[in-house]
Design a protein around this ligand. Structure first.
Ligand code: IDP
Ligand code: MG
Length: 140
């Protein structure tokens, strides 16, 4: 069974969209197999966003992601990795299609595309790596 990592980022939690995001996941038919509210630390984010370390937006991204609690979850179902990416919409909420989470609920608040409500793994390999980082004790 396929799995992916979901994060409701600090803006999504602060704006009260945890329920809305989980509602969409449940309505679509995927199963939540793990979930936790936590403030990620720098070490976790360096590992999670390893591909972005050193990019110009990385310091702002880390500051944003450590600014408050996030909801981390693992969801499961056939082709859930690609489905969850489609449900989130494109990275830049300004351009994200209506009907997607970022397209419906997100906008540019003056920080480019940093605050975009949700995260989803971009491949099965990324999902396995990210799930191991956030939920190291979760049985496969
Ligand atoms: P994704 O979250 O849609 O997979 P990535 O390119 O993996 O997008 O970037 C990770 C996160 O870094 C984004 O979700 C967003 O929060 C932030 N980010 C990406 N590109 C930019 C940028 O050009 N400016 C500001 N923040 C960015
Ligand atoms: Mg990404």
């Amino acid at each position: 069974m396929d799995r992916t990592l979901v994060l409701v980022k600090p803006d999504g939690v602060a704006r009260g969209y945890v329920g809305e995001v989980l509602r969409r996941i449940e309505a679509k038919g995927y199963t939540i197999v793990a979930m936790e509210l936590r403030v990620p630390d720098r070490a976790l984010l360096d590992a999670h966003y390893a591909e972005h370390v050193g990019k110009p937006f990385f310091p702002d991204l880390v500051a944003f992601m450590t600014s408050g609690p996030v909801v981390a979850a693992v969801i499961e179902g056939q082709r859930v990795v690609e489905a969850w990416r489609a449900m989130m919409g494109t990275t830049d909420a300004t351009k994200a299609a209506p009907g997607t989470i970022r397209g419906d609920l997100g906008r540019d608040w003056g920080n480019g595309s940093t605050e975009n409500l949700v995260h989803g793994s971009d491949s099965s390999e990324s999902a396995a790596r990210e799930i191991a980082l956030w939920f190291p004790t979760l049985p496969g």
